[in-house]
Design a protein around this ligand. Structure first.
Ligand code: NAP
Ligand code: MG
Length: 497
């Protein structure tokens, strides 16, 4: 079993208390590794390191080109270790090796590169139009880093979420303390190693492992932290916001979802079927933007559902490290219990279970749940309102497009959604009527480094990725340069007549 240390102020250290926590492989329930379990004292040291690094200007005032060059070295490191990272990601998070090699590792490279390039290309001076009244002045906005960012990430995409947090913050000149999820801290620690090897100065990036209640809460409360960014559940989002309010920190929250995937009557059925399954069962449903409410037009319902069920039976549940496996376990025993609780709730509320609902009989070890589909679901049911974060699809039949939009919007969440139709102008109208941060038309889950990602309503605050994600780590400072100051003299005369 490998023993990891955490990365604080450029050094690899244990928790001061010596406490550790175990990382379990969710596919066989064996201990995969051990990491430090930090206390508040350890977090404070990391915050101090980030604060000193930021205030020294070693990173925050470094030329954009130099920042970019160092970040591009991280990209080289990620490329060199891609296979190793994919394997470790799968081992500790339960992601299938197929997904970690085709999605997690390559996207980590691409998204880090996006921000490494933006670090250089992003214009930090934005001109404003000339102002002529009351004085003639030249005005511009300077984008400055916010300072020290505390960043808290979940267990579903551990490496990619670490990149989504660290890369934009660094690109804009901030220093960070990242707290990975307790189930999945390993690839974030490997990323810290790559960052160290790339020559990013000590203290600029710190990775502290430990529980959310201790490490996360300290990051959200510590007065030396200027911004806190969380990807996680809405419940924890509320808590982080509450703690951050005491020192009025900037906050970015990427929270839960219960997205609607809408199949209109003129959709290409075979494509929509695959899109509906991919949109729900990718990573055993542990994806925040999953289209877990499937809204199907009654005109095509029977034909669509026959195909959907037949195709769903082809999903191969198994050990995540076998390349033939297309759906692995959920992350933990607790998460499996949560999912099973929702399956029971679906049955109690008289939704009709058409496939799945159980643990696969042939998997004796590991936290597996079969792909599960409920039909005859009403949007008011618990399985349609609450985020399950497991392989459970709720299918709802609709009569009119207006009704579908109404159902889609009847949710406290607003993260994403899908529309399947061959009538693109109409599909775009539907996309605009859905109150969420992302809508895919005739696709699902396709996230791109240049496009903003984030939620409406209780799915969050702020955006990640693209120039939008970069701006979330900057302050906009207005500088006013008087060119003909005496013209404004009558304003000064109010006081100095
Ligand atoms: P979670 O319980 O909210 O945990 C997320 C992170 O917050 C973890 O690092 C966790 O640490 C930490 N945390 C827990 N309690 C905390 C507290 N009181 N103060 C500060 N930090 C705390 O979520 P999860 O169970 O890991 O992940 C599933 C949820 O994340 C789902 O609801 C999903 O929708 C959401 N999610 C959203 C997005 C998005 O982009 N919108 C992406 C992925 C996941 P520990 O691991 O130590 O508990
Ligand atoms: Mg949790």
């Amino acid at each position: 079993m490998k023993k990891y240390q955490m990365f604080v102020n450029g050094k690899w250290v244990d928790a001061k208390s010596g406490k550790t926590m175990k990382v379990i492989n969710p596919g066989n329930e064996e201990v995969a590794a051990e990491v430090p379990a930090a206390d508040v004292e350890d977090v404070r040291e990391a915050v101090k390191a980030a604060r000193n690094a930021f205030d020294s200007g070693i990173w925050s005032r470094l030329e954009q080109k130099k920042r970019s060059e160092l970040m591009l070295r991280v990209v080289d490191g990620l490329i060199a270790k891609q296979n190793e990272l994919a394997e470790l990601e799968s081992l500790s998070s339960g992601a299938t090796l197929r997904k970690s090699t085709m999605i997690d590792a390559p996207l980590a490279v691409e998204h880090f590169r996006h921000f490494a390039e933006l670090a250089y290309k992003k214009d930090l001076y934005e001109p404003l139009p000339w102002i002529n009244f009351p004085s003639v002045s030249w005005n511009f906005v300077v984008r400055e880093p916010i300072g020290v960012a505390g960043q808290i990430i979940p267990w579903n995409f551990p490496l990619l979420m670490a990149v989504w947090k660290i890369a934009p913050a660094l690109a804009a000149g901030n220093c960070v303390i990242l707290k990975p999820a307790s189930y999945t801290p390993l690839t974030a620690l490997e990323l810290a190693k790559i960052i160290e090897e790339a020559g990013i100065p000590a203290g600029v990036v710190n990775v502290v492992t430990g529980s959310g209640g201790i490490v996360g809460e300290e990051l959200a409360s510590n007065p030396m932290v200027d911004k806190v960014a969380l990807t996680g559940s809405t419940v924890v989002g509320r808590r982080v916001m509450e703690l951050a309010s005491k020192t009025v920190k900037k906050v970015t929250l990427e929270l839960g979802g219960k997205s609607a995937n809408i199949i209109l009557a003129d959709a290409i059925i075979d494509e929509a079927v695959d899109g509906a399954l991919f949109g729900t069962f990718l990573h055993a449903g542990q994806v925040c933007e999953s289209g877990t409410r499937l809204l199907v037009d009654e005109k095509i319902y029977d034909k669509f559902m026959d195909k959907l069920i037949a195709r769903a039976k082809g999903i191969k549940v198994g050990y995540q490290m076998d390349y033939e496996t297309t759906m692995g376990p959920v992350v933990s025993a607790t998460q499996r219990e949560t999912v099973e609780g929702y399956i029971k709730a679906g049955l109690d509320e008289k939704a009709k279970l058409v496939i799945g609902g159980k643990r696969p009989a042939d998997m004796k070890k590991g936290f597996f749940v079969e792909p599960t589909i409920f039909v005859d679901v009403k949007n008011s049911m618990k399985i349609a309102q609450e985020e399950i974060f497991g392989p459970v699809l709720a299918v709802i039949k609709f009569k009119t497009v207006e009704e579908a939009i109404k159902i889609a919007n009847d949710s406290m969440y607003g993260l994403a959604g899908g529309v399947w139709s061959t009538d693109l102008p109409r599909a775009i109208e539907v996309a605009k009527a859905i109150r969420t941060g992302t809508v895919w038309i005739n696709d699902y889950h396709l996230i791109n480094a240049i496009a903003p990602f984030g939620g409406y309503k209780q799915s969050g605050i702020g955006r990640e990725l693209g120039a939008y994600g970069f701006d979330e780590y900057t302050q906009a400072k207005h500088i006013h340069v008087a060119v003909a100051p005496r013209k404004a003299k009558f304003w000064y005369d109010l006081l100095l007549d």
